[in-house]
Design a protein around this ligand. Structure first.
Ligand SMILES: Nc1ncnc2c1ncn2[C@@H]1O[C@H](COP(=O)(O)OP(=O)(O)OP(=O)(O)O)[C@@H](O)[C@H]1O
Ligand SMILES: [Mg+2]
Length: 233
């Protein structure tokens, strides 16, 4: 029962956070459809709830009210196991501050997701193949010479490319990216932009929070959050 070609849908999503005795209402009835293959850019002032929305879309957080649907199915009805599968296989997250593990090498950081996906026994069988895919992906992102580095030994742009490789490795249906160029100089940011453009041309569905107007020009659609809702126009 997929609605049209929508891959992710939000219906009347509300989210608030406790603030002392009161609650801070951040999302106040978000309605949103993301079509397969779309590149949706989310804009809005700082504090308008962009990261909150992205976390809810990727099931990293739950709405207080309202529903998120993946391919027409309610996330809130998923079992714990299914929600983990959703996060691991269907969604690839790219965060502003990379969130890489400094204890692991670049290659190991990318291999973490397929390792979780395979489980202990599966990993015995599948690790060689996963390693090959990870090395290929890192190569495509210009990181062949960096696979044994640790994240702290990399530049910001390199770290963000590792984070993109990690998001891509399980071939997710949707990439959710939260200001992926926010911490990069404009030239490095352009490189990251080109990677997302290329992914989009290859059919990847992307939802990206960004203040960057150069990126917004490449989007299929721009939505703006204001006053807890998707602003008209
Ligand atoms: N865990 C939390 N507890 C309390 N308040 C929170 C929490 N997370 C976010 N908020 C508040 O909710 C509001 C929206 O936060 P969010 O991070 O979604 O904004 P944003 O649009 O991503 O902003 P920015 O552009 O600065 O990243 C902010 O005012 C923030 O202070
Ligand atoms: Mg944010």
């Amino acid at each position: 029962m997929t609605e049209n070609n929508n891959i992710l849908t939000c219906k009347q999503v509300f989210k608030s956070y406790p603030m002392g005795a009161v609650r801070l209402e951040v999302l106040k009835g978000i309605d949103l459809n993301v079509g397969r293959g779309e590149f949706v850019v989310v804009k809005g002032a700082s504090g308008s709830g962009k990261s909150t929305l992205l976390h809810i879309l990727g099931a990293l957080d739950k709405p207080d009210k309202g529903d998120v649907f993946f391919e027409g199915k309610k996330l809130s009805a998923f079992s714990g196991k299914k929600i983990n599968e959703f996060r691991n296989r269907k969604i690839g997250f790219v965060f502003q501050f990379y969130h890489l593990l400094d204890e692991l090498t670049v290659l190991q950081n990318v291999l973490l997701a397929p390792m979780v996906r395979a489980g202990a026994i599966g990993w015995l069988v599948g690790s060689a193949k996963a390693k090959k895919s990870a090395l290929q992906l890192l190569g495509e992102l210009g990181l062949s010479e960096r696979t044994e580095h640790r994240p702290y030994q990399l530049s910001g742009g390199e770290r963000q490319r590792v984070a993109i490789a990690r998001a891509m490795i399980n071939e997710p249906d949707v990439i959710l990216a939260d200001e992926p160029t926010g911490n990069l100089d404009s030239e490095t940011g352009n490189g990251i932009l080109r990677i997302f453009e290329k992914l989009h041309s290859a059919g990847q569905t992307i939802v990206m929070v960004t203040h960057d107007d150069r990126i917004a020009q490449k989007a299929s659609r721009i939505i703006r959050l204001a006053d807890g809702r998707v602003a008209p126009g």
